[in-house]
Structures are given as C-alpha cells and as structure tokens.
Design a protein. Structure first.
Lengths: 302, 214, 491
C-alpha cells in the first residue's frame, strides 16, 4: 500500500493530466459557442500517435530521438517530488524545490537541443524564443517558491505545502496572493497558454513551443504531448497547494478536493484563454518581468 | 487595523510598479488617481476610524484633490492634445520595472538602517514611502512628456504624504499644512505651466523643450 | 518691525495690481525698496522683537542675509525703473529666432517682484523649519512669473524647468522637515517643536540618524534651489532667459536664501555634535559645483549663461567654505556678501549690453569700451571683481577660505580649489576681454543710445561697494560676519 501511495502522484498524473487539456478545450468551446471536441480527445490523440511509426530525418542524431523520451522521464521524476492533496511526495528532502524546478530545466534543455538537432530554421527560431522566455520565467518561479518557503519556513515541497493552512493566509495573505499571481503567470507561460503562446496556432511567426515539436512524429510526438500535459499537472499542483489549504488528514478527502481544484484551474485557464488575446511577442518579456517583480515583492514584503 | 495599512502599502507598491511599466497615458492618470484615493483613507485608518472632524475633513480634501481634481485636470489636458498618448520613455518599461524592484529592495534595506523612535502601525510604511518617492523621481527623470513628469511629481508627492501622515504624529498641523501647500503648488503652478506650454508648443513633449543646452 | 518688513512689500504688491498708472507703479516699487532697506538698516542697531512664540525672529545669520537681499533689491528696483521704461510695449523679436513675443503685463511684474521680496524676507526671519519651508516654496511661486516675463517659448522652457526641478527639490526638503520632526521625537513624551533655538538647546537629545537623514534631504532639497551641482540644471536656463534684473535678484538674493535654509539645519547638526558629517557633505557638493561650473564656463557661447555658471561656482565656494569650517566660515559669509554684490552688478551690466547689442551671444559682442564706455568699464570691473582680483572683495573672501584650508593641512583641497579658480579665470577672461575690446562690429546694428542714469547708476554703486569691501570692511559689518560665523560653528 505504501509503495503504491509513493508512486500515486506520477500514476495519477499519467491518468488525469491529459484530461485537463480536454477540460480546457471544452471550456473554450463553450465560451465560443461550439460543441467542441470530446473531453477525452487528448487521450485519443496520444493513443493514435503511440500506435504510429516515426520518420527520422537523415540529418538527425540520437539526440533527436532521446529528447522526447527524456522529457517524459524527467517529468515523471519531478512528479515524485511533488505532494498532491493527501498524497505525500515519494522523495522529500531539504531544498527539493530547486531540484523540482531544474528538472524542468533539464527537460527544456533536451527539447531545445533536439529541436536544434534537425538543423531546420524553424526549430532554431522556436528554440531561441523558448530559451529567452524561460530565462525570464525561471526567476519568477524560483523566487515565487522561495517566497512561499519564507512564509512557511520550510524549504521542502512536502513540508511547505502541508503548512499552508488557513491560519497562514490570515497571517501573510498579501505575500501569498502576490506569489500566487506570479506563479499563475509562470504556469501560463511554461505551459504555452494564452497570453504568452497560443497552443492552437500553427503560424510559424508567432509559435514558441509548438514550432520545436514540428519535426517530431509518431510516438515521439505522443511523448511530447504527454509530458506537456504532465508538466501542466505538476505546475498546477504548486498553485493548488497555495490556493487550496485543505489538510483534513483524510487522504481521500484531501486528494479529491485537490483533484477538483485542478479541474477548476483548468476551467479558469480556459476562461483566461477565451477572454484574452495573445500578447505581442515583444510584450511577453514585460509580462514575465512583471511576474518576477511580483515574486520579489512577495519575498520582500513578507 | 495595521493589516489595512499593510494592504494599502502593498497596493502602493503595486501601483508604483505598474506606473513604471505602463505605456498608456490615460491609464497612468487613472492609476495615480487610485493611488491618491487609497492614500486619502490613510489618516483615518491610522487613527482606527476615529471620526475626528478635522481628520475627516483632511481626508475628504485629499481624496477629492488627488482622486478627482488632478485626474480631471490631467485628463482634460490629455484630451486637448492631439498628440500620441503613448509615454515614450527614455528608459524602457522592462528595465524600469527591474530598476523599481531593485529600488524597493534598497529601500527595505535603508529603512532597516533607520530605526524609528516610536512603534509603528505597519513596518512597511517607511520603506514603501521611500520607494514611492524614488518611483516618482524615476518617472520624472526617465519620461519625455511634460504630463508624465507631472504624474511623477504627484507620485513623489504621494510618497511624502504617506510618510508624513503615517509617521509624524507630533505636529499634525505642520504636516497637514505642508502637504496641502505642496498639493497647491502641484495644482496651480503645474496647471498654469501646462496651459502655457500647450499654447506655445501645441504639444507637451519636454523632449522638444531642448533649445537651451549646456 | 519684522511685521513691517513683511507687510510693506505685500501691500505694495497688492497696490501694484490695483494701480493703473505705470509711472506710479514704478514709484511704488522704489518706495518699497527704500523703506525696506531703511527698516533693515535700523534693525542693525535696534534688535527687533520676536513674534509668534519665536517663530519669527531676526537672529544674526538672518540679519546678514536680510541685508544682502534688501540692498540688492534696492539697487534692482532703481534698475527696474529704467528697465521697464525702456521695454517697448509692442511685439519684439526673440534674439535667437524668427519669432515675436510680448511681455507680461507690467503690473504682474511689479507685484511678483514685490511678492518675491516679501517671501525672501520671510525666509530670513523664519526660525521655525516648517515656516522656512513655506517661505522657500513661496519664493518659487513668486519668481516663476518673473522668469516668464518675456513671453516666448525659450523663457517658457526655462520657467518649466525652474518650476519642476525646484518643486521636486522643495518636496524633498519637506521630507527633510518630517525627518527633523522625527529626530526631535522622544519615545513616550511630547517632542520638541522644530524651532531653531529649541532644537539647538535640545541638541544632544536628538535622534542622530534621523537628523543626519534630515540634513541630507535639506541639502539636496534646498541645494537644488541654491544651485549646487549636480542639482543646478534649472539655473543657467532661468538666469539666461529671465530679464537681467531678475537674474541679478535670483543670483544675488535667492541663492543666498536657499543657502540660509541649509545653514539652519547645519546649525542644529552642529549642536547635536554632527558637524563633521555635514562638513564632509558640504565640501563634496562644493567641490563638485566648482569643478562642474568651471567645465561649463570654458567655451560658453552665451555670456548670461556664463554668469549663471559662475553663480554655480560661487555657491560651491560658499558651501566649501562652510564645509571647511573654522576661519573659512567667516570667509564663506563674506563671500556671500561679495558674490551677491558683484554678480548683481554683472547681470545689470549684461542687461545694458543686451539693450545695446540685442544679442546674448558672446562672439557677436565686440568693442563695448568704444560703443558705451561706462558699460565697458563696468563690465571689465565686474569681471575682475567676480574672478577675485586683489582690490575687490572676492579676493579677500577667497583668500580667507584658502588660508583656512592650508591651516588645516587640507592641501589637496586647497590646490584643487585654487587650480579650478585659475581655470575659471582663464575661461572668463577670454570672453570678457574680447567683448570689451576691439572694434565695433560693423555687421551688427548697434544702436547708439544715451546711457540712462537708472540703468547705469545701480551697477556703479554696487561696483563701488565691491571695491570698498576689498579695501576696508567696516567694523559693524566685520562684527556681524564674525558673529554669524560663530553661530554656524566657525569663527
């Protein structure tokens, strides 16, 4: 039972994460007055892709093939560090939040070099944009988590989130709100959502993340989609951890509350996407700098 | 309620940073107005909503000046100008925000070096007042339009106001008179100057005010 | 007595707005100046009583600066009489551009200049820091319309810069006032009112850190108004665009009043035993101002701007003198007197030159000595006076300051000081001598007009005073200067 509990978060992630994408798409469809795709469409897509064969360009090396696999592996590793609702993290030690953040850095590194590996100019363009924006969003994420760590007094993700209780909100509410807003912006930026990037667009001039995955096909692309969904699931858990301070002690109650909160977050993202336009590429750094500033504020004002 | 004071202080910081990063003049005017209104409630909050007549009057005067008269004057000037409504900074928005953040951290450090003789309602007041003053100075220095410089002056003014109202309990008359006179200067002199500049130059870009060099 | 000093100019200002006759208005101006000076001189022998719980009092430093202001205003009022008579009512051309402008109504000019006198008087008699601040703010308000007397865009630009920069400076000084209140706050008791004497009496009980912060903000705030580099940026524009008589008042009286504001805070710091900290800052700002001004004086193409930068240099010397302390404090006070007289004389003469040549560009003015001999001689004399050549008073004050530096063993500062003075001398002499000598420039239409007594006599009188202070300082003046110096921590 304990073993299963330890790996509950990655497993839960593998099961539920694509569903979040479905919820987002459905919310957007409802707002646009469409019926929209089935809620389970992301699962069908991934399943379809996994059954296909892959075509590799002759100019690519092993890096190109390793990228998607490593991306998925790294995301699953990160899931081991993250507590979710009543489920504790499989691995917890002091300062694991830094490992958590930089596992995503590793994932990004592999995505970028596999995009560069093809030698196509689109891949290079996407890679440069991805690196630029992530360089700006990383400090926001790191400082935002540091602010929460300072509020709670712990630097391990598990302890940190278990000590976010309603009392803490009364005591240092403003700092938590600031950090929460900053992390929400990071969440949107890292997951390539509007207002930073439009996941549906296929216009090369404006794409950021999507353009790096253009050369991947079949199972590789499936892995990429899957790890993207997992990444959203994990980063969402940071937000949920701050915003839903429910720690009743009952594992089922806590976990289902957190799951419901995740679905609500997906709805919120859907609403944001339907109500906002994508920012001009030049204005994205400004937004991310703003997020960093909010994080710094949360850290300083506490 | 020290918590309310805290929230106003954080609101002040956020509005300052927004001003540093905003490009639309109209929005800037609205934000400065909001800042003024929030500050107008400060004397009441600091006295636990104790409704003394002169305090209430002071608050009303501040709110109506900073929240209604200034924005109205500035908006009118803005409407009459057929110029661009972008701010055109000398220093870019992103860098402005970063500079603002660094300034905030510096102010925090500075105020930790200046221990206050009396216990304070909110530990944030001193650093945030300093930060507001610095933001105002920064806006004056780094923006081209005369209108933005006036906005910067108002922000500077707000910082000094926050400091005075929150800290100087010994001589309230002095503080209130000083603040009111300062505001008086802001209204009349700047208004008159802007009127003349308007007429002379047909636009209020201080960048054009550069015939006098060295 | 103090009330009379304050009320006479105010009443005169109101009258100037009511009266319709130009001549009568000018006579009111002169009458105000004469009565103001008369009362000021009486105050030397009969000490005026304190008013409003000691908020208004004429102490020794106040008396010194009041006298400077009053005497200068007297000279300026005579000059203004001639100046206003000579100013045409019709549209005139801007010298530098193809644009035309009109003047502001003369009533506004007279009312503002009298209001300016009232506010400067208030600065000198205020003992309460808050009142001092109000007075300082009021000087800005009263003088801004004066700078915008010639209604064209260049003077408007100067006025805008003056208002914005000085308002920011004054706002910072308000913060300094708040710091002063906090410094005087003691836990669990009533704080001291921020009246000068009370603060000096409480000296050692003040909160040192906040007092230091207060001095810093006063220095920056009033220093902006005083024209200490790098806060001086409004000064050259305002001085070059304002009518010459206003430039004379700004340079000779207003800068001194702002300096008095800094000195008041310095007095409190001395009483609190923090003189060292303040002196360091004053020396720093002084040296920056002198060197900055020297750089801009070299190769300056506009002679009124050159005079303005020379003002920056001289306020730097005053700050430096007070910063050095000991004997140099006396030198600094003497320098304040000498500089005011010499600079006002120079600005008035510059106004006469403009009236003849219709230009402010140095190289377009040639042969003043042959065109207008008296003005030419005054111009040369003013140059010698301002750059500290022996028979004139500035030599004595600069020498006193340099002597104190060497006595204290601060050779580096002394060498820098004297070196920069030499640079300034070279830079100014080229411009001044070229303007005075040489043949009359034929291209330029020089209007030969008879020199008017009203615009010639005031600079002559001031020149004579500058010369006299170099040869013989009357014992009364000497005593006053020494007692002022001892009030601000020197001798």
């Amino acid at each position: 039972m304990m073993i299963i509990l330890k790996f509950a978060n990655p497993i839960l992630g593998l099961v539920i994460a694509p569903f979040l994408l479905g919820v987002i798409n459905r919310t957007k469809a409802v707002f646009a007055g469409r019926t929209g795709q089935p809620l389970l469409q992301p699962y069908y897509d991934i399943w379809k892709l996994l059954r296909k064969g892959a075509v590799y360009s002759r100019t690519t090396s092993w890096i190109f093939r390793a990228g998607p696999v490593l991306g998925l592996a790294v995301t699953l590793t990160a899931a081991l560090l993250m507590p979710f609702g009543g489920i504790p993290a499989a691995i917890a030690f002091k300062g694991d939040l830094i490992l958590f953040i930089y596992l995503f850095g590793l994932m990004r590194f592999f995505t970028v070099i596999s995009a560069l590996d093809t030698g196509s100019s689109f891949g290079g363009m996407g890679a440069s944009r991805e690196v630029t924006f992530s360089a700006l969003s990383e400090p926001a994420l790191l400082i935002g988590l540091a602010a929460i760590a300072k509020c709670t007094g712990y630097i391990s993700l598990t302890q940190m989130f278990s000590s976010v209780v309603p009392g803490l909100w009364l005591h240092s509410g403003p700092a938590l709100v600031l950090a929460g807003v900053a992390l929400l912006i990071v969440f949107l930026a890292e997951n390539c959502r509007i207002p930073v990037d439009d996941p549906n667009t296929h216009l090369e001039l404006t794409m950021i993340h999507e353009v790096m995955a253009l050369d991947h096909g079949g199972p590789d692309f499936g892995f990429i989609l899957y790890s993207a969904a997992l990444k959203m699931w994990l980063l969402g858990q940071i937000l949920i951890g701050i915003a839903v301070p429910i720690h009743s002690g009952n594992i089922w109650l806590d976990t289902s509350a957190a799951t419901v909160a995740m679905l609500l977050l997906a709805v919120v993202v859907g609403i944001i996407e339907s109500s906002m336009a994508r920012l001009r590429l030049l204005h994205v750094p400004q937004l991310l700098i703003g997020a960093t500033t909010l994080s710094v504020l949360a850290l300083v004002l506490r | 309620m020290s918590n309310t004071a805290d929230i106003i202080m954080i609101f002040l910081v956020l509005t300052n940073l927004t001003l540093l990063g905003l490009s639309r003049l109209g929005a800037c005017i609205r934000i400065v107005a909001l800042q003024g209104v929030a500050l107008g409630f400060l004397p009441l909050i600091l006295n636990d909503w104790d409704m003394e007549v002169h305090l209430v009057l002071f608050s009303i005067v501040i709110i109506s000046l900073k929240g209604i008269v200034f924005p109205w004057m500035l908006n009118r000037t803005l409407r009459e100008l057929a110029t661009q409504r972008e701010i055109e900074p000398f220093i870019g928005y992103g860098i402005s925000i970063i500079a603002g953040t660094i300034a905030l951290v510096m102010c925090m450090w500075l105020s930790s070096r200046l221990p206050f003789p009396e216990p304070l309602m909110s530990p944030l007041i001193v650093p945030v007042a300093f930060f507001t003053i610095m933001s105002g100075l920064f806006l004056i220095i780094s923006r081209k339009k005369a209108l933005t410089q006036v906005l910067g002056y108002l922000v500077l003014e707000n910082g000094i106001y926050a400091f005075g109202v929150a800290l100087v309990r010994q001589q309230p008359m002095l503080v209130e008179l000083g603040i009111l006179l300062d505001i008086f200067v802001a209204v009349f002199v700047m208004g008159i100057a802007m009127f003349h500049i308007n007429r002379e130059f047909d636009h209020i870009d201080t960048d054009q005010l550069s015939r006098l060099r060295s | 007595m103090i009330l009379a000093l304050l009320l006479i100019p105010v009443i005169a200002a109101v009258l100037s707005l009511i009266v319709r006759n130009d001549i009568l208005r000018r006579i009111i101006l002169i009458a105000t100046a004469i009565s103001h000076t008369a009362i000021t001189i009486t105050a030397w022998s009969v000490e005026p009583g304190a008013l409003w719980n000691g908020w208004l009092m004429l102490d020794k430093p106040g008396l010194l600066f009041l006298t400077i202001t009053s005497v200068l205003f007297l000279a300026c009022s005579f000059y203004a009489f001639g100046y206003l008579a000579g100013e045409a009512k019709s549209k005139k051309q801007v010298f530098e551009e193809e644009a035309f402008f009109t003047n502001a109504p003369e009533a506004i000019f007279c009312a503002c200049i009298e209001g300016f006198l009232a506010t400067m008087t208030l600065v000198t008699v205020s003992q309460h820091f808050g009142l001092l601040w109000v007075a300082m703010e009021a000087t800005t308000l009263a003088s801004a319309p004066l700078i915008y007397f010639h209604r064209h865009n260049r003077s408007l630009e100067a006025t805008w810069k003056y208002l914005l920069i000085c308002s920011v400076g004054i706002a910072l000084a308000l913060l300094g006032n708040f710091f002063m209140v906090i410094a005087a706050t003691k836990p669990a008791s009533e704080g001291t009112a921020i009246v000068l004497n009370a603060l000096i009496g409480q000296g050692h009980n003040l909160n040192i850190q906040w007092l230091k912060a207060a001095f810093l903000f006063f220095l920056v705030g009033y220093g902006t108004k005083m024209g200490l580099a790098p806060l001086h940026t409004w000064l050259p524009d305002a001085h070059s665009e304002a009518p010459s008589v206003i430039s004379a008042l700004l340079s000779g009286a207003l800068l001194n009043c702002a300096f008095l504001g800094i000195l008041r805070c310095y007095q409190v710091c001395c009483a609190a035993g923090e003189a060292q900290f303040c002196q360091g800052l004053l020396v720093l700002f002084g040296l920056i101002s002198i060197s900055w001004a020297a750089i801009f004086i070299l190769g300056q193409a506009d002679y009124k701007r050159m005079l303005a930068y020379s003002s920056v240099e001289h306020v730097g010397i005053m700050a430096l003198g007070v910063g050095i302390g000991a004997g140099a404090t006396f030198g600094a006070m003497l320098h304040a007197v000498n500089h005011s007289i010499a600079k006002a004389m120079l600005f008035m003469t510059a106004g006469n030159i403009i009236a003849i040549y219709k230009t402010k560009t140095t190289k377009d003015v040639r042969g003043i000595l042959s065109v207008a001999p008296i003005t030419g001689v005054l111009w040369i004399a003013g140059f010698l006076a301002i750059s500290g050549i022996p028979p004139f008073g500035i030599f004595v004050s600069e020498f006193t300051i340099a002597k104190a530096m060497i006595e204290q063993g601060r050779i580096g500062i002394a060498v820098a000081f004297l070196g920069i003075l030499a640079v300034v001398f070279v830079g100014m002499s080229a411009a001044f001598l070229n303007m005075a000598q040489g043949p009359k420039n034929n291209d330029l239409q020089v209007k030969d007009r008879p020199a008017k007594a009203f615009t010639i006599l005031p600079p002559i009188a001031l020149g004579a005073m500058a010369l006299m202070l170099g040869l013989y300082i009357p014992p009364v003046v000497n005593d006053l200067l020494h007692s002022v110096a001892s009030a601000i921590g020197g001798y």
